[in-house]
Ligand binder design. Structure first.
Ligand SMILES: [Zn+2]
Length: 504
């Protein structure tokens, strides 16, 4: 039974007297940081050597807005809904965020310094942060943060959330400013006109496509259509021809950029320590919202898919007690478990009904219990060049990676399973190889129960996605699967009720 209170709007307020500790909490979220990027970050490794690092942390999706919204709410993307590119649907105010609980129930001063994009006030994701700042960079962070640090009430506990795109593509560009590009790169225009790009110009087009500033300058229907064609060309090109030389160069640029970010992280953390924001009782978290692909499964960048290179992230916590000792922690953990774990440590009550779970007990024991962690992503047509609409759901344990892909456009449904013990890179799909789920997986009732629930949800989500594609863009996504495919759905289970077709 909940011991917390609710306000007149039904928002959870927590129990003010319950918290035993109210440490300063600083969360640094380095956008697009792969789990293995830590190898190129000596300062982050030094933090890990003082704190705890989770070996198997998974993001709830593979792109920024829904992932950070999930972190701040503890909800999977399909529940908070801020998960469709091109759809500006904001986070409903009725959803309580963790910063709201910390501020309203436990007296925290809350501040978010965000890298920009996806997080303006109309989106609602930052509800609960008293101070909101856009266009944040770790580079020069001390100047940006100084006014807030000077103004803070020293007696009040602080929640400081720092988000930066400095590791995001275009890799290293925020370290060494590049000249501002034309709204559409001339070479990219050639692609849009139906031409091809010489191999030695491919990199230029990729840099244009991945330059947030340049991409944002593309206005107007004609140019937008041209951009979508370019993106489709890029995706197609990557899937057909991963071009190892380009992938290697991109990867090297990414790793150099990450090392540079690490230096800025050091400067920022040392300054916060000098200002007293980071002290002996404080908790410092360094993590990410998703990873980045370099051709492992035929794509570059992020979003769209849920492969490990896209959803495995670093999660390093440095603080007193259970967050100390330089320990590595095995067992699966989700990014959405972070705030429930911190509130548990405080002795405070979390938000009822969230998907995230505290892993504090496992931390104290030295091993987090392995449990299935879910990620999901969906697309509607005409966003980022996607020609079709689909829903992907993945489930991960330390051994298994299971994925369901529902292509709403052609009504096909595919299920994939990888045994990560035997196949760490998830290259051999056991369903394709054998035509059925492996016996070692189906003998695990917990895992099978989760998979069955996800199958049902994916079915419903596919319909919701189709309806949104229609309402947003007037796109008729074509036939939907009206019966459960026998290869995937148990025959003895009735299919979910199908909502009516979108209005014409
Ligand atoms: Zn991101």
């Amino acid at each position: 039974m909940s011991r917390g209170g609710y306000d007149a709007d039904g928002q959870f307020l927590g129990s003010p007297t319950q918290a035993q500790r109210r440490p300063n909490i600083v969360i640094v979220l380095i956008d697009t940081l792969r789990a293995d990027a830590v190898a190129h970050m000596p300062y982050l490794r030094s933090l890990a050597a003082q704190g705890v690092s989770f070996l198997d942390a998974t993001a709830p999706t593979s792109w920024t807005q829904p992932s950070i919204t999930s972190l701040l709410t503890g909800l999977l993307p399909h529940k908070h809904g801020a998960d469709t590119p091109g759809d500006a649907r904001p986070l409903p105010g009725a959803i309580t965020t963790f910063p709201e609980v910390l501020r309203r129930a436990y007296g925290y001063q809350t501040a978010a310094f965000m890298g920009g994009k996806w997080f303006d006030d109309s989106q609602g994701t930052l509800q609960g942060f008293e101070t909101r700042h856009g266009d944040y960079l770790l580079r020069g962070a001390t100047e940006i943060l100084a006014p807030w640090v000077a103004k803070r009430v020293q007696q009040a506990p602080q929640l400081l959330f720092l988000h930066t795109y400095e590791a995001h593509d275009p890799y290293g560009a925020r370290n060494h400013p590049w000249p501002v590009r034309a709204p559409i790169h001339p070479q990219a225009h050639a692609v849009a006109a139906g031409g091809d790009v010489p191999a030695d110009r491919w990199q230029e087009v990729w840099q244009f496509l991945t330059d947030t500033v340049a991409r944002e300058t593309v206005r107007g229907q004609r140019d937008r259509q041209a951009l979508n064609r370019i993106v489709q060309w890029t995706l197609r090109g990557c899937e057909l021809d991963p071009r190892p030389d380009i992938l290697e160069r991109l990867r090297a640029e990414y790793e150099q950029g990450v090392t540079w970010v690490d230096g800025n992280l050091r400067t920022t953390c040392e300054w916060l320590k000098a200002q007293g924001v980071l002290n002996a009782e404080s908790i410092l978290v360094v993590t990410s919202d998703h990873g980045e692909a370099f051709g492992e499964h035929g794509m570059i960048g992020h979003g769209r898919r849920l492969d490990d290179e896209l959803v495995r992230i670093p999660l390093i916590i440095r603080g007193p007690g259970p967050f100390s000792g330089g320990r590595t922690v095995s067992g699966t953990v989700g990014l959405i478990d972070l705030f429930p774990t911190l509130l548990d440590y405080m002795g405070a009550e979390g938000i009822p009904g969230v998907d995230g779970l505290s892993v504090l007990a496992g931390l104290k024991a030295g091993e987090v219990r392995d449990r299935p962690v879910v990620s999901e992503v969906r697309a509607v047509p005409q966003t980022l060049g996607e020609p079709r609409s689909w829903v992907r759901t993945a489930l991960r344990t330390t051994r298994w990676k299971w994925e369901l892909v529902y292509d709403v456009g052609d009504g096909t449904l595919a299920e994939h399973v990888f045994d990560l013990h035997a196949d760490p890179g998830a290259m051999r799909d056991l369903v394709t190889a054998t035509g059925e789920l492996p016996a070692a997986l189906t003998s695990d009732p917990l895992l099978c129960g989760e998979i069955e629930a996800l199958r049902d949800r994916c079915w419903g989500e596919a319909r919701a996605t189709a309806a949104r594609a229609y309402s947003l863009y007037g796109v008729d996504v074509g036939p939907l699967v009206t019966e459960r495919p026998a290869s995937c759905w148990p025959r003895d289970t009735a299919p979910p009720v199908i909502p009516p077709a979108p209005p014409r």
